[in-house]
Design a protein around this ligand. Structure first.
Ligand SMILES: [Zn+2]
Length: 264
């Protein structure tokens, strides 16, 4: 059974270690900083076997060089982005097979935050009850990434691909932004009772210093405004903000993303 260990980095980044609990081999996801990763690996006598990269931003790739200097290993990442040390460039539809973990990840192309952004999906199986997906800065708990290199329509399509996965899929995003995201979600959808309850839970988790990631896709679909652009309440709220009729869910998404940008 695969487990995922959380490493905190910088202000609010998460780096993920994927492994089997009884084995030392470990896959590292988005090591923006090598220092906390090296500390976690050496403290547990782990053996890194691969690095997975979702996109080119420094807080996701900054630790690759120092990790490779200690532990030479393959580095998987998007073929469409310029990232030093990528040895296994990936395109949509590729699979990453990690022999040492006997694990297979499907590569999704999810542009929007950056042009070549990929996500890594490990489906549920007989041994792994929940699927898991490593989404970088595409889908956040309660929100979504900013559109630095893509259009709203691209990001909306990327999020729709993720939303089509099973509801019990665990979403591993790369930042602890949940509390802020839910503050905006409440503005967009004040009468959503599931959202109100989630906000209370997240507030308690943060007060106790707990991570709110991973989240479950089903909870995101019930509370994350960026996955709810076909819901009447979100459409009404987006039309209220823009002051005009919105005709497609892409337009609703673009409006909600712009609305949040104006408040950040
Ligand atoms: Zn980023």
């Amino acid at each position: 059974m695969l487990t995922v260990q959380t490493i905190t980095a910088f202000e609010d980044n998460y780096i993920w270690l994927i492994r089997h609990p009884d084995q030392p081999q470990v896959v590292i996801v988005d090591p923006g900083d090598a220092t906390p990763v090296i500390a976690a690996i050496t403290a547990q006598s782990l053996k890194p076997v691969a690095i997975l990269i979702t996109h080119h931003h420094w807080d996701h790739v900054g630790g690759i060089e120092d990790l490779l200097a200690r532990w030479p290993m393959p580095v998987y990442g998007p073929a469409r982005e310029t990232i030093p040390h990528i040895s296994q460039p990936l395109a949509k539809g590729d699979h990453v097979h990690i022999e040492a973990l006997a694990a297979d990840f499907q590569v999704l192309h999810v542009p929007g935050h950056t042009a070549g952004h990929v996500a890594y999906y490990h489906p549920a199986s007989d041994v792994d009850k929940h699927g898991m997906i490593f989404v970088g800065d595409t889908l956040f708990a309660g929100g979504c990434g900013r559109l630095f290199e893509g259009t709203p329509a691209q990001m909306h399509h990327s999020l729709s691909q993720i939303a089509a996965l099973p509801d019990d899929t665990r979403i591993y995003c790369a930042h602890e932004y949940t509390a802020d995201n839910l503050t905006f979600a409440r503005i967009a959808e004040p009468d959503n009772l599931t959202l109100q309850a989630r906000q209370q839970t997240v507030q308690q988790q943060r007060e106790q210093g707990q991570a709110t990631v991973p989240s479950l896709l089903g909870d995101e679909k019930a509370t994350n405004p960026f996955l709810r652009c076909e819901q009447a309440e979100i459409i009404r709220a987006a039309e209220g903000f823009s002051g005009r009729k919105l005709h497609t869910s892409d337009e609703v998404f673009a409006t909600v993303r712009y609305w949040k940008d104006t408040l950040d």
